[in-house]
Design a protein around this ligand. Structure first.
Ligand code: TK8
Length: 349
């Protein structure tokens, strides 16, 4: 009897909880079945990014929200979260795979832990400028790579831009390869980045972006590398003294959607998602380029010391990482590497 009573009260509790869940449309994600009874079905996209609300990445995400909500007539809502509120690039990508989050816009570097071919974009000094990067990413090989995400239960809808990465640190002006000696540099969670910094003589540590500011503040690391927009907008100048225009890697962002969510959409809605991700991405790239252009000066106004990397010094860096690139060609996949090199060449014709 006691047992039965326990079971009944448990059932009652579950029923009450389930009822509460349905009533709270704000916090529900995915299918809201109570809404579908009334004819239209409201779906909620939980979208998270690592950078803060001042960054073009977030402005782009708000643009995506605006387009989607307008074009779907409110049938799909987008909830936006910045500053790693939902996690870092890697954990949010895992949440997409599990279906507990619908959108994330990570850098391609941590994505290489899911699809190794993405590491092709981690080859140092790969892209000569943003225009060539656009052509390659938006072209055949870039789109082919997005297709590989499906095997990982992810849908890659578009490339956005993080940008050319530049080095900051709190120890010394870095003008040449010799200056990297022993510097504790935080890298993204990516083996090629790690090995490239080792080859330059630094002492690199992979770390999630969400832990970076504190690590610099506490001196766990001496420095990091990110585009000027991030360095400025995340206020890294408060804990970093020197900045060099190493421009060593161009980081793309990938606009990712959970495959289970995407598969549950109508064909028309899927197209709206794709178009919105592309359109918002064009907007984000534009804002990001404007930001990267103006923020080096702002960093100096905030007291950072700028060191220019001469062509000669950059060539030394290219030479230092060359063996690492050679080593990684087979790990990334020769075919992908060759295709990307070819696409870069074609883009410059
Ligand atoms: C933000 C990251 C960041 C990246 C990094 O989520 O980790 O340094 O450059 O912008 O994607």
């Amino acid at each position: 009897m006691k047992k039965l009573f326990g079971l009944l009260s448990m059932l009652l509790l579950i029923t009450v909880l389930a009822a509460c869940g349905n009533g709270d449309a704000e916090s529900s994600s995915g299918n809201d079945e109570s809404a579908s009874e009334g004819g239209g079905e409201t779906k909620t996209i939980k979208a998270g990014i690592g950078l803060n609300s001042d960054h073009p990445q977030y402005k782009g995400l708000l643009k995506f929200k605006e387009i989607v909500e307008e074009k779907t007539d409110g049938a799909i809502e987008v909830e936006t979260y910045h500053s790693g509120q939902l996690g870092d690039d890697r954990s949010m990508t895992e949440a997409l795979q599990l279906g507990s989050q619908e959108v994330v816009i990570p850098s391609t570097a941590p994505l290489a832990n899911f699809v190794p071919e993405f590491s092709v974009f981690d080859i140092p000094f790969l892209f000569p400028n943003e225009e060539v990067a656009d052509k390659v990413l938006d072209g055949e090989v870039g789109q082919e790579l997005l297709g590989k995400l499906e095997e990982q239960n992810l849908v890659g809808l578009a490339y956005w831009e993080n940008g050319f990465r530049d080095l900051t640190n709190s120890e010394r002006a870095v003008a040449s390869v010799d200056d990297f000696d022993g510097l504790k540099i935080r890298t993204m969670e990516n083996d090629l980045h790690l090995d490239a910094f080792k080859a330059l003589g630094a002492n690199p540590t992979p770390m999630a972006f969400t832990e970076l500011f504190t690590a610099m503040q506490q001196g766990t690391v001496d420095g990091q590398e990110n585009p000027y927009a991030t360095i400025y907008l995340q206020k890294f100048y408060e804990v970093q003294k020197h900045v060099s225009d190493t421009h060593h890697i161009y980081s793309p962002f990938v606009f990712l959607m959970s495959k289970s969510f995407y598969d549950g959409l109508t064909e028309e809605q899927q197209k709206i998602m794709k178009d919105a991700a592309v359109e918002a991405g064009e907007y984000e790239r534009k804002l990001n380029r404007e930001a990267n252009e103006k923020y080096l000066e702002k960093l100096q106004e905030e007291g950072m010391e700028y060191t220019e990397i001469t062509d000669e010094a950059r060539q030394e860096m290219v030479d230092a990482v060359a063996p690492v690139i050679e080593d990684y060609k087979s790990k990334i996949g020769e075919e992908t590497v060759d295709k990307v090199y070819q696409a870069i060449e074609d883009a410059q014709k």
